[in-house]
Design a protein around this ligand. Structure first.
Ligand code: CUA
Length: 252
């Protein structure tokens, strides 16, 4: 090898090492890192509807693969809405049909719109930024109906099956797993309990409680035949996993 060639190789390798060292130094010593995915702008870190009184509502919407949190917002007609949108993972969009409310949901930042919905009815919320395999399933809704501004029951008060259902919807499981037998990106959850399933390896297995729990904790470990390894691992407590399984068992 030519001497100049070797010099060029060695110096570029050294340059790479210097860059890597600088990166590690910045991250560990200076605390400089890439922006977090979850917006850290309190109080917009989770989905909620706040009644400010006098028909004024603040809606905090968190978009994530592949659902909106909260999945459904119920408000009375004529409500003035301040909508704040952020994203948990990648860039999503939020369009409310029949309105001119159209926002980007960007990780690490909050976008806002102020609007009023006078006409009773259901307004679908649609994600309009391609955000991965489940993009076209990503929907939420605003329901405008009199005397309907009742917040959903808090998780702590319900427990068991109701908590499981809430988790199923809030975590966007329903974007890919239907509960009525309709095909989707993931297998339907209709009658899933004790169903005999065929794994990608060709083996079969009965979907008992242990199997369902394992499939929620490590979704892509034992794939079903004909499905892609696209299900995200959702951080859940043991109690939450139990509640989800309790809910799945009711889907006959
Ligand atoms: Cu979220 Cu497309």
């Amino acid at each position: 090898m030519d001497r100049v060639e070797r010099l060029a190789l060695v110096s570029s390798a050294m340059l790479m090492a210097v860059f890597l060292a600088a990166l590690v130094y910045a991250a560990t010593q200076l605390g400089i890192s890439v922006p977090t995915c979850v917006t850290d702008v309190a109080p917009f870190t989770r989905g909620q509807v706040i009644d400010k009184g006098n028909r004024h509502y603040e809606v905090h919407m968190v978009a994530k693969m592949w659902a909106f949190d909260p999945p459904e917002v119920r408000l009375p007609p004529g409500a003035d809405v301040d909508l704040y949108v952020s994203a948990l993972d990648v860039t999503h969009g939020l369009y409310i049909e029949h309105t001119n409310v159209n926002l980007m949901a960007v990780p690490g930042s909050v976008n806002a719109a102020r609007f009023r919905l006078d006409t009773e009815g259901e307004y679908s919320v649609i994600c309009h930024e391609y955000c991965g395999a489940g993009h076209h399933f990503m929907m939420g809704k605003f329901v405008i109906a009199s005397a309907a501004a009742v917040p959903p029951p808090a998780a702590a008060e319900t427990g068991g099956v109701a908590l499981g259902q809430q988790l199923f919807e809030q975590n966007g499981c329903n974007a890919c797993h239907s509960i009525d037998g309709a095909p989707g990106l993931g297998p339907t959850m209709k009658g899933v309990f004790e169903r005999t399933v065929e794994l990608a390896s060709g083996a079969t297995k009965v979907a008992d409680e242990a199997y369902l729990e394992e499939s929620i904790r490590a979704p892509n470990k034992e794939l079903l035949k004909g499905f892609q390894p696209v299900m995200p691992e959702v951080p859940l407590t043991a109690d939450q996993v139990h509640a989800l399984v309790a809910y799945l068992k009711t889907l006959k």
